[in-house]
Write a protein that binds this ligand. Structure first.
Ligand SMILES: Cc1ncc(C[n+]2csc(CCOP(=O)(O)OP(=O)(O)O)c2C)c(N)n1
Length: 660
């Protein structure tokens, strides 16, 4: 048992490390770590099951600092409990170039940082994904191997962001009772008191979304502990509202927005030292306090050992599955299954829409991989993301492999990040490409973190037809291609769709998006090729020596390019077609390959039913682009293609005009 006095000194260690690090960096946010130090101390010394010496232990409890600006809270905890990555020098280097202690917590910088946070609201939505993953894997592997809590600390800002409502209502619906959220209820954000901008009754709000809620004094350790114990007994997720004082301990600035995001200043820090009776110099933690923290870091070593023993005793096949899936490795038989499927496609030459081709590819993939976890934001029948293996998950039955995310694109994308970060599962979603805009902040974070999530984005152009310009992507491909470390695929037929799926699954360290059509497409890959041609990002689909014209196209416009090529060849004009399923993979090819594919035809034309941005990489600024330069329109898709001039005839006319 930790005495009140000891607790206070342990919490104060967080406070002083945080305010001193912010002071030294002359930048950062001391208010939250000082205010939430008691909550964190109770959680990490009495409840959290974690092992700093084996930080990636799959069955550890997860802790997400959703209010990422309070990063010094997390760094202090990791240093104090003995994570090797966060040394005192890292704390002293807070916010400096190359430090693990970046301004906001960044996944991959140091063990113990479970996700990248900073964009408010993302962390709580990631935590929902982690809790989904835990629940799913518990169902699959049993409590012996998987049963843990997911805790998140959120601020007022996280709760004001719209994404939090998507996350909260999804978690409440799914009855994720091992999810526990601490609300740092300090009544302050940057501009001043919360009352300037919000009047929400948070308890009523959470309860309406089927959560259990508790209110406590966030500076009373026993009350916090009692609340956590109560939360553990709940059959719903729990929100613990912790009344705190931002910047707790700073005699003149506590409780005001002045401590939110600025160094306290030497004078106020000295006054805080006095007020909290803390004599140690900056970055020095008194040995009795550090020892107590290090002991807290050893608390779960036994639980971890026992878990290892249970894993050892697990049936060999199940254990191998578990270990493979947490290592993120694919099943070895996936390649042969996809090869067999590609052979079949070469024989039957079907002409499905690529959304349907994606479903067919997924039928093969989901038959081989037990770790794929599908879903859709209420567009299952349109996205074609559900296969025969993926029964729906319900609040009381997690044996399925498919999540009905509801109309919550942003929450879905953020939850998928949490699922991927948790490990053991590969999440893929379904949504309309146009509404990737609604997911964008989470897709960007997936790319920044380098995690494997796969977004199925259907209805990828004016080719969706009658739903009109609100639903027709024009700039979305370019906008998504602009995100570093994201692979955006736009396959041209069923074979390319299978290849792109394979590449997305094999991309362990980055997210992918597949832009897929609503309309049927002519097959363009007619022969079986063992090699995954899409892996090169762009390749010669129709070769020609001394081509006068090269046509580059992606997705549904490859068909147009091929028809134009046939017409031009018939007129004696030597023409190549290059299929471009993935810009990013092409840009990673050796220069010689890129040069050869781009070639030196006097006429270069790109065709894509989207904006030109990005295509100059292939055709140069003097090339011809056939695509969109305005929003689309409502109408039958064939008429739209004619109306916007995206046709084989237009390509032929452009080529002839250029050739003179
Ligand atoms: C999406 C997003 N919008 C804006 C910001 C900038 N920002 C950082 S902290 C903050 C205020 C947060 O207030 P609160 O959660 O109450 O934190 P506290 O003041 O208690 O530290 C804002 C607006 C952000 N990080 N993310």
């Amino acid at each position: 048992m930790i005495s009140r006095e000891k607790h206070d000194r342990m919490a104060n260690a967080i406070r002083f490390l945080s305010m001193d690090a912010v002071e030294k960096a002359n930048s950062g946010h001391p208010g939250l770590p000082m205010g939430a130090a008691d909550i964190a101390t109770v959680l990490f010394t009495r409840f959290l099951s974690f092992d700093p010496k084996t930080p990636h232990w799959p069955n550890r409890d997860r802790f997400v600092l959703s209010a990422g600006h309070g990063s010094m809270l997390l760094y202090s905890l990791l240093y104090l409990t003995g994570y090797e990555d966060i040394t005192i020098d890292e704390i002293k280097n807070f916010r400096q170039l190359g430090a693990k202690t970046a301004g906001h917590p960044e996944y991959g910088h140091a063990a113990g940082i479970e996700t990248t946070t900073g964009p408010l609201g993302q962390g709580i939505a990631n935590a929902v994904g982690m809790a989904i993953a835990e629940r799913k894997l518990r169902d699959e592997f049993g409590s012996d191997l998987m049963e843990h809590y997911t805790y998140a600390l959120v601020g007022d800002g996280c709760l004001m962001e719209g994404i939090s409502q998507e996350a909260i209502s999804l978690a409440g619906h799914l009855k994720l009772n091992k999810l526990i959220v601490f609300w740092d209820d300090n009544n302050i954000s940057i501009d001043g008191p919360i009352s300037m901008a919000d009047s929400t009754d948070q308890h009523a709000r959470f309860r309406a979304s089927q959560w259990h809620t508790i209110a406590v004094d966030g500076h009373d350790p026993d009350a916090i502990a009692a609340a956590i114990e109560e939360a553990h007994k709940s059959d719903k997720p729990t929100m613990i509202a912790c009344k705190t004082t931002i910047g707790f301990g700073a005699p003149n600035k506590a409780g005001t927005h002045k401590v939110h995001g600025s160094p306290l200043g030497a004078e106020e820090i000295a006054a805080t030292r006095k007020a909290l009776n803390w004599e140690a110099e900056a970055f020095v933690v008194p040995s009795d306090v550090l020892d107590a923290w290090r002991l807290a870091g050893l608390r779960s070593a036994k639980a971890h050992k026992e878990w290892e023993a249970r894993l050892e005793k697990t049936d060999a096949e199940k254990k191998a599955q578990f270990v493979r899936r947490f290592a993120g490795e694919l099943e070895g038989s996936l390649d042969s299954a996809i090869a067999a499927y590609k052979k079949k496609l070469a024989e039957t030459k079907p002409n499905p829409a690529t959304r349907k081709a994606s479903e067919d590819a997924l039928e093969v993939i989901n038959g081989v991989l037990s770790e794929t976890l599908g879903g859709s934001a209420d567009l299952t029948g349109s996205n074609n993301t559900k296969t025969s293996q993926t029964k729906s998950i319900t609040p009381t039955d997690f044996s399925g492999r498919y999540i009905h995310y509801g109309i919550r694109e942003h929450g879905m994308a953020a939850a998928m990040n949490g699922i991927a970060l948790h490990g053991g599962l590969i999440p893929y979603s379904g949504g309309f490409l146009i509404f990737s805009d609604y997911c964008r902040p989470s897709i960007r974070l997936a790319a920044l973190m380098g995690i494997r999530v796969i977004h199925v984005l259907t209805h990828d152009s004016i080719g969706l037809g009658e739903d009109g310009p609100t639903h027709q992507p024009v700039e979305q491909m370019a906008a998504l291609r602009a995100i570093p470390n994201l692979l955006m695929f736009r396959p041209a037929d069923a074979t390319e769709t299978a290849e792109c799926w394979q590449l997305a699954l094999e991309s362990h360290n980055r997210p992918s998006g597949l832009a897929l059509t609503r309309q049927n497409l002519m097959p363009v890959r007619l022969e079986y090729e063992e090699e995954n041609l899409c892996a090169r990002g762009a390749y010669d689909l129709v070769s020609a020596s001394d081509a006068q014209v090269t046509i580059f196209a992606s997705g549904s416009e490859v068909e147009i390019a091929v028809k134009a090529e046939q017409a031009l060849t018939a007129k004696g004009i030597s023409t190549r077609v290059v299929s471009v399923p993935c810009f990013e993979l092409f840009a990673e090819q050796p220069e010689a390959y890129q040069k050869a594919v781009i070639g030196n035809s006097p006429v270069k034309i790109a065709v894509e039913a989207g904006i030109r941005q990005g295509w100059d990489y292939f055709i140069g600024s003097d090339g011809t682009f056939i695509g969109m330069s305005s929003f689309g329109a409502s109408g039958p898709y064939k008429e739209l293609y004619k109306h916007f001039g995206i046709t084989p005839e237009a390509v032929v006319a452009a080529a002839e005009a250029k050739l003179g």
